[in-house]
Design a protein around this ligand. Sequence first.
Ligand code: ZN
Length: 198
Amino acid sequence: MIEDMFIEPRYHLHRRKGWIEVVCGSMFSGKTEELIRRVKRAEIAGQKVEIFKPSVDTRYHEIEVTSHNENRIPSTPVTSPLNILLMVNEATVVGIDEAQFFDESLVYVCEQLARKGIRVMVAGLDMDYLGKPFGPVPMLMAVAEYVTKVHAICVNCGDLATHSFRKVSNSSLIMLGEKDTYEARCRYCFQEGMSELA
Ligand code: ZN
């Protein structure tokens, strides 16, 4: 197997060492599906997993992480990343979804968890609706051992999409919504759409 083809690290067998892995991309790129896939596989292997998400994300369900295709796993909503440090019990794997809505203390928290020997999986948007780095995700990408960028498909041209285009005019950074509010676009079609809105 070619070494740089991996999407996930191999478990470090000899000593329990933690690490950070980030799954990021635009809306509709399957970030949460990928997080759920990794979580379920760890659970099948008998690993104790705990999932957290910011309490701001109440689009679907208060205590579950739900992907767009309705795949779901139980999760704990928290208002601050520091609560995660307090709430993690015997977990060897910690999943964090919608990381972009947390403040920058999430970086410290993930590093503390990894130092304790925990595998930390973080999923979130890497860019906001303006195409700018979003919240703590860019910094997490810097300190993570492994980063996976997943892509959606551009609704305009069918190319790989990296950007979340907001179809309605609203300048608040956090605007929850689905297909009525956002669409996935490639860099070119995103910029085209932004100049049409301007
Ligand atoms: Zn496009």
